[in-house]
Ligand binder design. Sequence first.
Ligand SMILES: [Zn+2]
Length: 305
Amino acid sequence: MERRLFLQQTGVAAGAAMVAPSLMSAKQKQNKLVILHTNDTHSNIDPFPVNHPKFPNMGGVSRRASLIQSIRDQEEHVLLLDAGDIFQGTPYFNKFKGVLEMKTMAAMKYDIVTLGNHDFDIGMEAYKSALSHASFQVVNANYELASTPLSEVVKPYTIIKKAGLKIGIFGLGVNLQGLVPVENWKGLTYLDPVSAAQKQADTLRKEGCDVVICLSHLGYEYNTDQVSDKVLAASTAGIDVIIGGHTHTFLEDLQEFKNKEGKSVFVNQVGYGGLKLGRIDIERCMDSGKFTIASTNRLLDDYIA
Ligand SMILES: [Zn+2]
């Protein structure tokens, strides 16, 4: 099922030039961005066991790679993202210290990831060492990392040009206090995610980004006053899409919220374990300059070769 919604914050859209009808189909294709994403894959390399009560024989890195490749064969402009907690959950992690996860993600050509709490489970030096096997960018804007081993490998945000669009992507992490042994994140200072997010969104809008994406490991929602993706969406302006993680929430589809200016923010999350691949298509109509957004989250079952 595909639902088409409108992106409203994209300031540049209104100024999009009209093009001759003969050029339109080519241009339209050029303006279609396909975002594929995972979260909380938790070292699941193999599919879940065949006797698993909820997800028998589902997931697995080879199916994920195969699905991603089949989408790349059909779509020109693909961006592959992960919202954190790549580490911890199977014996592969204990044996290979995260190197296998990083190598498989490098093979699938992930572009950008953020840090989850479990990515600190063997300490920052070990994360950095495993990361040396991959070439993707790690983003986080609310961990002050200057006096840690991650100072040079993690950036607050990155800007990618794809599909004729300028895409700004920043990351947010959960408070590690109480989740990760203190010695594993020594030197890291936790910053308020809402103000960090607003600062990044303002910067990326000033840079002229057409689309602003937040890779969040804050969690989808809470009964407490802890900042979640829903809170983040409502308390900021300038973010178009939040790709979340941490709460292992299986969203059927993109969820639409209003930001503090009353504009739409879309949130997606695909559970855990690499069981699903999230997909968000963003297209700019050259006629109206309007952006549309649609999602199709796909379960990795044995229909995938
Ligand atoms: Zn987490």
